[in-house]
Design a protein around this ligand. Structure first.
Ligand code: ZN
Length: 412
């Protein structure tokens, strides 16, 4: 097991990682890396502890989607704890993982099966999720977790990622907030330097914990907001019964501190939670938000305001929000001019990373190059980056769109 951790850390420094020059050449060539490195890595699976066991890895059949410069806005780092990472960190920190039998400690196979969807219920998923994240103790653990995700995301040609972290889940276990943030920051710096992937960190408040606890966490995070190590705050965890408005005071203070804001709404609860988040938290972004489609008035309002919804197709199917990706309001949002991005949410648990989610959307809706352009521009414009970075990503997107002009949806 020690060997496994050493291997994870060693491989994370070299194997399969494109050099900065190959990353920038990919950008110059409209995302289609000339040496096909991304293709080899995705087709060949991942060798760095990223048990993307459920990934359909459809790169070969989706040249356009593979090369698409992707922005991921809704990814929980705790949801990127793959089976190899869990085993390695469990051994390193001497923290046992839950097992069906005390005589049978988890194996790579048993953990992989446990992580795979479908999950029997939201509660079953959350119980597992909370038990697994206890393996994270030190700054280097958070560094390894974030780096492993960013590296895997890079293989899907994610060019910008906004990483959520449940601060309270860790501080409640005695982990210093600064350790978690410093670890993630180290991985983010490395991803920027070595992979050309920009990123931001979003501290999420857990809505099933007291409001006063969220406020305490925000105040503790204030220096990290000031330094830029934390870009914004969010609101997550079990939605139903915890309307966003209860956190209005926390979000108002976050805004005063210069934080960007977002909130989960319209996934496990109805469209009224989306309205509540927009009205009472003042957020310009909603995580999930798919149930907003149930109110024509709200749809029109979101479109007019340019609110970005961070839609998570495979997650919604895995947790039973919809029976299939085709039931998501993707076409409705496009027709109504509602901005949205596509995201993986908790990729270790929901059967795929970002490209898998793009492919699932394409297989369900058969979108055109033009429609993908609309999604890509909204994803870039809605990212928490400056104008220069947006122009860089938009340039790559427009080059890709031009290269595939006239292509049939089935060939994307
Ligand atoms: Zn989420």
């Amino acid at each position: 097991m020690v060997f496994m951790l050493a291997a994870l850390m060693a491989s994370s420094s070299s194997a399969g990682s494109p050099s900065p020059s190959s990353s920038s050449s990919a950008r110059r060539d409209g995302g289609r890396n000339v040496d096909g490195d991304w293709k080899r890595k995705v087709d060949g699976g991942d060798d760095n502890g990223n048990n993307n066991n459920n990934s359909n890895n459809s790169t070969t059949h989706h040249p356009f989607l593979s090369a698409f410069p992707k922005c991921e806005h809704h990814i929980h780092l705790e949801g990127a704890l793959t089976a190899p990472l869990l085993l390695a960190l469990s051994a390193k920190n001497n923290i046992p993982l839950p097992s069906s039998s005390p005589d049978q400690p988890p194996t790579l196979d048993s953990l992989t099966a446990l992580l795979s969807p479908p999950h029997s219920s939201l509660q079953a998923f959350l119980t597992l999720y909370e038990a697994h994240q206890t393996v994270l103790r030190t700054a280097s653990d958070f560094d390894l977790l974030a780096w492993t995700y960013l590296r895997r995301a890079h293989a899907d040609h994610v060019v910008h990622a906004e990483l959520s972290l449940d601060a309270q889940a860790h501080t409640a276990r005695g982990v210093a907030l600064s350790a978690a943030i410093d670890g993630v920051s180290a991985a983010r710096r490395r991803a920027e330097a070595e992979l050309g992937v920009s990123s931001r960190l979003v501290l999420c408040f857990q809505r099933d914990r007291p409001v006063a606890d969220a406020l305490r966490t925000l105040r503790e995070a204030a220096p990290h907001l000031a330094s830029g190590a934390v870009a914004g705050v969010g609101l997550d965890s079990c939605e139903a019964g915890f309307p966003p408005g209860a956190f209005a005071g926390v979000f108002a203070e976050a805004a005063r501190l210069g934080a960007r804001t977002t909130a989960h709404a319209g996934e496990g609860a109805g469209w009224d939670y989306v309205r509540d988040a927009v009205e009472r938290l003042g957020v310009a972004r909603i995580d999930h938000g798919v149930r907003a489609a149930e109110s024509a008035e709200l749809v029109a309002r979101l479109a007019a305001a340019g609110t970005l919804l961070t839609v998570c197709p495979l997650s919604n199917v895995s947790l039973g929000c919809v029976a299939a990706v085709r039931e998501l309001p993707v076409r409705r949002f496009l027709d109504a001019g509602v901005r949205f991005s596509i995201n993986s949410d908790d990729p270790a648990y929901f059967g795929g990373y970002l490209l898998d989610n793009y492919v699932a959307v394409q297989e369900a809706f058969g979108l055109s190059v033009g429609e993908w352009g609309v999604i890509g521009r909204a994803s870039i414009e809605g990212s928490w980056v400056d104008g220069g970075r947006k122009r860089e990503m938009l340039g790559e997107l427009e080059a890709l769109l031009k290269g595939f002009e006239g292509a049939e949806p089935r060939d994307l």
